[in-house]
Design a protein around this ligand. Structure first.
Ligand SMILES: Cc1cc2nc3c(=O)[nH]c(=O)nc-3n(C[C@H](O)[C@H](O)[C@H](O)COP(=O)(O)O)c2cc1C
Length: 209
């Protein structure tokens, strides 16, 4: 089991605004809990299987308890391994930039691969959809060039935060804090203030995990 899984979704790595603030959080977590384990997943480095026709057929074979072909079983096993690696963590930190109002496609690909029936959600005619994860917490560190805070002119254009909240709710992970490093398009002085304030919040958020 991993105590904290940090999932990094910006390809900018050490130049990433969201990544810099999330790394503050992870470092504060390590100071608070020296004996707990921390692992990192960079979704840009992962070898993710395609969610193609074979994978979709495997998914429905699993859902309907039907036999799958060898190719479907092999493809499904790759997704299950990634899903298990995600599910076994006790808590999560995500850092993600806004891309075209949503999340980067690599993070979406990762989410599509690890979100599997029987692993972290279930469906039955009697009960409908049910999350299978329990007692897990997450902190989300966002970044965007624009300002999508509730006070901004058009907060409803933000599909990044509602998507992440809905996905985590679907599988049973409680979001305990959200930190928006934004607007990163601000002038350098204002951006430095935003980075300092969000880094402070991130250090505090470490105590919630
Ligand atoms: C492909 C792409 C699409 C983007 N789309 C948006 C967007 O819709 N809204 C926005 O405010 N910023 C957008 N941005 C800007 C990033 O969200 C912004 O630069 C952010 O600070 C990057 O975070 P990072 O440094 O953690 O990667 C986009 C950037 C890229 C590369």
């Amino acid at each position: 089991m991993t105590d904290l899984l940090y999932i990094s979704a910006s390809p900018s790595q050490h130049d990433s605004h969201s990544g810099a603030v999330a790394r503050e959080l992870v470092s504060a977590y390590r100071e608070l809990h020296p004996s707990r384990s921390v692992a990192t997943v960079d979704v840009w480095d992962l070898d993710l299987p395609e969610f193609d026709a074979t994978m979709i057929a495997a998914k429905f074979a699993v859902l309907r308890s039907q036999d799958a072909t060898d190719a479907q079983r092999a493809q499904w096993a790759r997704a299950v391994r990634l899903s298990e690696a995600f599910n076994q963590a006790q808590c999560y930190v995500f850092s993600l930039p806004m891309w075209n109002y949503g999340v980067p496609y690599r993070l979406k690909h990762y989410i599509d691969v690890v979100t599997l029936p029987g692993q972290n959600w279930s469906w039955s005619r009697a009960e409908g959809y049910r999350p299978l994860l329990q007692g897990k917490r997450a902190v989300l560190v966002y970044s965007s060039a624009g300002d999508f805070s509730p006070e901004a002119p058009k907060p409803y254009e933000d599909f990044q935060k509602p998507y992440m909240r809905q996905w985590l709710r679907f599988i049973g992970v409680e979001v305990v804090d959200e930190i928006a490093v934004a607007p990163t398009l601000a002038d350098p002085e204002r951006l430095a203030q935003v980075k300092a304030a969000t880094a402070r919040r991130a250090r505090h958020a470490a105590s919630l995990l």
